[in-house]
Ligand binder design. Sequence first.
Ligand code: ATR
Length: 286
Amino acid sequence: MISGKTKVCAIIGNPIEHSLSPAIHNAAFNACSLDYVFVAFQVKKEELREAVQGFKALGVAGFCVTIPHKVAVMAYLDALDPLAKAIGSVNTVVNNNGILTGYNTDAPGFLEPLTTRGIELESKNVVMLGAGGAARAVAFMLVNEGARLTVLNRTLSRAEELAGGIKVSLKKDVNALEMNYENLKRAISQADICVNTTSIGMSPNTNETPVPAELLHPHLTVYDIVYNPAETRLICEAKKRGAVTLNGAEMLAWQGALAFEKWTGYKAPIEIMLKELKRALGYHED
Ligand code: ATR
C-alpha cells in the first residue's frame, strides 16, 4: 500500500515506456516488504537539469539513469563515485539528504555473472565487439580485472577512442581494430572470452550475428550483453560449438540489484529480480 511515508525511486530516459526497471524494482521492494515504489519518467535532453533538480526538491530516494542521459547527468550531480568518474557514465543516483551522488552499477553488474561462475579475467585474452555507450563500462571492468583486451568495432576511430580513454584512466594498453573477418578470425582464435556489446542480433534483427559461426571454438566463453532475445544467434551458435555462454539478462538484473542496495541498504533479492526480468521478457523457464 502506498502511504504518506512511501519512498520513491525512479528511472529517467528517453524513450522509457519499455523499461523493465519498474517491474524488477517493485518486485524487489515487495519481496523485502520495503515501503518504496519505483516509477519511470520520460525526460527530454533539454529538460534533464530540471528533472534532476525536481528529484532533489521532491526528495526521491534515488533514481536510475538510462539512454541518452548517462553521461550528461554527471554535470547536475553533487558528487561522483570514483568508478563512475573513471568510466565517465552514471546509471544510478543516490539522494542522501539532498546530496545527489552518481554511481555506475553497469560495470560491476557486468562482472557479477562471470564471478558467480568462477570465470577469472586476470591475464585472459578478451575480445570485445563494439565501442558504443554500453562498451565503456564493460571495457573498463575487463581491463581493471586484469584482462588483455582487444576491441573490434565497425568504426575504427570509436574503438581507438575507447582504448585511449582506458589508457588515460587505467594506464593499460588496449588493442583497437576494425571489425572485419580477418581481424575477427585472428583475435577470436587466440581469445578465452568474447563479449558482444553491439546491438547486432538484438530483436527484431534476430537473424544477424557479429561473429561467423566457424570462428567460434569450444574453449571460448561467449558473453552477449543483448538480453532480447534470450538466445541470440551468437549464443545459439556458440552453444553448438561447445562454448560457455552468458546473455545480458543477468547483467541487467545485477545492475538493478546493486542500485537497490545503494538506495535501501538492504541486500537485493537477486533471484527474484532475475525471475521477474525473465518473466517480463517472456523467457521460457530454464
Ligand atoms: P549502445 O549505447 O547500446 O552501446 P551505440 O552507442 O549506438 O549503442 O553503439 C552501438 C554499437 O554497436 C557500436 O559499436 C556500433 O558500431 P559503430 O561504432 O561502428 O556504429 C555497433 N553496431 C551496431 N550495428 C552494427 C552493425 N550492423 N554492424 C557492426 N556494428 C554495429
